[in-house]
Ligand binder design. Structure first.
Ligand code: MG
Length: 255
């Protein structure tokens, strides 16, 4: 098995389930830290700031620095700066997105934005959707933090950001530019921030259609773990296979 220097972990279904850590992954991360490998956390969740996400990991006994957490919100803010500079932005989203945009130097405006950025907003209203649609129709760039149509809660699947971005797409006829997995800009932003080379990076995740696809498209190693959404037995349905498929990270032998 190859030695990778920069390990990028999905969170839910890979590092933890809800509020419970997945022990094999937690053990593996401790070994990586002892060895001095880079450990990063890559999440489509746009609502939490890296600080809050790091605190959540700490509560489960997993050490993480906020700088090691790449959220789809931080990646969105970085992507806009890298490709378009700092912009007046109309935002639909929560604290994680607001903080990321402002920290990167974007200005959040209500009128005449250059970009409309859509992340999960559990206080979304018709007014916000109308304002966003009008701005997109008027020529503003349309960027969505991630395309997840639904996400799991204790009650079952509830609408995700992809559902709201899809609503604006349907209303305007303009397709959003997606940042989070399975799109590559989030891994690009992570590599750029930390000066990582693709050869040293590996993406670890439970979901073939987000984590593994993002890794394959970006051109880095991938490890599927059978601890969440995509069962190992179902990998056969996909044409391109992950570099490695393990039941848990306890089965990685090199470390
Ligand atoms: Mg997952």
């Amino acid at each position: 098995m190859r030695e990778y220097q920069a390990w990028c972990f999905d969170l839910d279904g890979t590092v933890y389930r809800g509020e419970e850590p997945i022990p094999a992954t937690a053990r593996f991360i401790r070994k990586l830290r002892k060895k001095g490998c880079g450990v990063f956390f890559v999440t489509n969740n746009s609502a939490l700031t890296p600080e809050h996400q790091a605190e959540k990991l700490a509560r489960m006994g997993i050490t993480a620095a906020p700088e090691e957490v790449m959220t789809s919100s931080v990646a969105t803010a970085d992507h806009l700066v890298s490709n378009h500079g700092t912009l007046p932005v109309y935002m639909i989203g929560e604290e994680g997105l607001r903080m990321a945009l402002e920290t990167a130097g974007h200005r959040i405006v209500r009128q005449a934005p250059d970009a409309v950025v859509v992340g999960i907003d559990r206080a979304i209203t018709y007014g916000k959707l109308a304002d966003a649609s009008l701005a997109v129709s008027g020529g503003a760039m349309f960027v969505a933090t991630n395309s997840d149509k639904a996400y799991p809660t204790e009650r079952g699947l509830v609408p995700g950001n992809g559902a709201f971005a899809g609503l604006i797409e349907l209303a305007t006829g303009v397709s959003p530019f997606y940042i989070g997995k399975p799109a590559v800009p989030m891994l690009e932003a992570l590599a750029e921030r930390h000066g990582l080379a693709k050869e040293e990076m590996v993406m670890v995740g439970d979901n073939y259609e987000t984590d593994i696809m993002a890794g394959i498209r970006f051109g880095i190693g991938t490890v599927h773990v059978d601890t969440g959404v995509t069962r190992a037995a179902d990998l056969i349905n996909y044409r391109e296979q992950p570099t490695y498929s393990l039941s848990t990270m306890d089965n990685w032998e090199d470390i």
